[in-house]
Design a binder for this molecule. Structure first.
Ligand code: SF4
Ligand code: SF4
Length: 379
């Protein structure tokens, strides 16, 4: 039976966070049961973009600091790392560490920040993937501790432990995975295989504050008041989906993919320990983006093509908010975005609805528009 630890923690007071993180490791048999002296341990944070910690887009630096100190006290060498959205470069990493507060905690504690931007291909015997290209900062580590952030997500409905590991794929290579697997079901399968490939020894999710609505970067910040932890990323995500109110939990496509492979149990079969978990019951969850497939399959192709614009969600670019930064343009997997007088525009016929543009736009200039008919038919 898989175990997930739940710790109530309602704010980022440093002493409180330290205490709760220590309790998590105590419940798991101590830091020594994961980490051995001398090991290089990657703390795989969520560093989606260069936003301050208060924006609740990235793993809070005090959660990272609490884990990093314990890893170091165990005699190991923690390294904080991630490949943020957009290009993977030293300059952009530097900016993201600075803005998110990770640089400050690294300077205070002497804990290393990753600046390695090379990549390495690793073999993987999966149904969909026979290899993955990962950042060398991942392959160089002897073990990985996954430090995710709890947020809703326009494509995958939520992001927790499993989706956080997509940041092990360096920079713009992420777009290739979207392009190769434009169907959400396949992309979710890929995320499951990636989680198996990276194989973190522990997954801790910062759900003290997170995001609801149009996450993972343009939603509303929301106090959730919990830390979650477990050795199975799939079990942790199942608990997160239950907590957020995704019902049934396998409506979340990544959990569905993991469940179909027998990789995660139902909520009833997961042992929860720690504090009582009380779901808020009113979290705003994005509607699934591929729900119109049900209708597509029942209709002749010509008809479903006509109906598609009425059913399918699409990205909408807001010129008044667009700064012309080109991040979406650089990251769009099928290059469906054009820059017109410093404003991003989409060619919908070329768009695969991966919603990377919405995820990566830090100016909230991209919205996901879900047509009313699609919403009604797929509720
Ligand atoms: S839509 Fe956002 S990410 Fe794209 S160019 Fe405009 S501001 Fe940048
Ligand atoms: S325009 Fe946006 S949603 Fe469409 S393919 Fe490009 S990044 Fe994905």
């Amino acid at each position: 039976m898989e175990t997930v630890i739940v710790k109530h923690c309602d704010n980022y007071d440093e002493r409180l966070v330290d205490k709760k993180i220590s309790q998590i490791f105590e419940e798991l048999g101590g830091i020594g049961s994961f980490v051995k002296p001398g090991q290089k341990v990657l703390l795989k944070v969520n560093l989606l973009m260069d936003k301050p910690a208060e924006a609740m887009v990235t793993t809070h630096p005090l959660v990272v600091k609490a884990v990093a100190k314990l890893v170091r006290d165990a005699g190991a060498n923690p390294v904080i790392g991630d490949s943020p959205g957009g290009p993977f470069s030293r300059i952009l990493l530097e900016r993201a560490y600075q803005k998110t507060g990770l640089k400050e905690i690294a300077e205070e504690t002497g804990i290393e920040l990753n600046y390695e931007i090379e990549q390495e291909k690793v073999s993987f015997d999966g149904k969909l993937n026979k290899s993955f290209v990962l950042g060398k900062f991942v392959t160089d580590a002897e073990l990985v501790i996954n430090l995710a952030k709890l947020k809703t997500h326009g494509l995958t409905m939520m992001t927790g432990a499993v989706k956080n590991l997509f940041g092990t794929v360096p920079g713009l290579l992420k777009a290739e995975y979207h392009l190769k697997m434009p169907r959400l079901a396949d992309f979710s399968e890929m995320l499951v295989e990636l989680a198996l490939c990276v194989n973190p020894v522990l997954n801790i999710v910062d759900g003290i504050w997170g995001m609801e609505g149009e996450g993972p970067s343009a939603g509303r910040i929301r106090q959730f008041s919990y830390l979650f932890a477990g050795s199975s990323a799939f079990a942790v995500d199942t608990v997160l989906a239950y907590f957020l109110g995704i019902n049934p939990v396998n409506r979340a496509p990544v959990i569905d993919a993991a469940r179909k492979r027998g990789l995660c149990s139902s909520m009833e079969e997961i042992r929860l320990i720690g504090d009582e978990l009380i779901p808020p019951g009113d979290v705003e969850i994005p509607l699934p983006v591929e729900n119109s497939n049900l209708i597509d399959r029942r209709l002749p192709e010509g008809v479903s093509r006509i109906l598609e614009p009425l059913l399918k969600p699409r990205p909408v670019f807001l010129p008044e908010k667009c700064t012309g930064c080109r991040v979406c343009y650089q990251s769009c997997p099928p290059q469906a975005i054009r820059m017109n007088h410093q404003k991003a525009e989409v060619v919908l016929d070329e768009c695969i609805r991966c919603f990377c543009c919405q995820e990566l736009c830090k100016y909230q200039a991209v919205k996901i528009k879900r047509p009313l008919l699609g919403k009604i038919l797929t509720k």
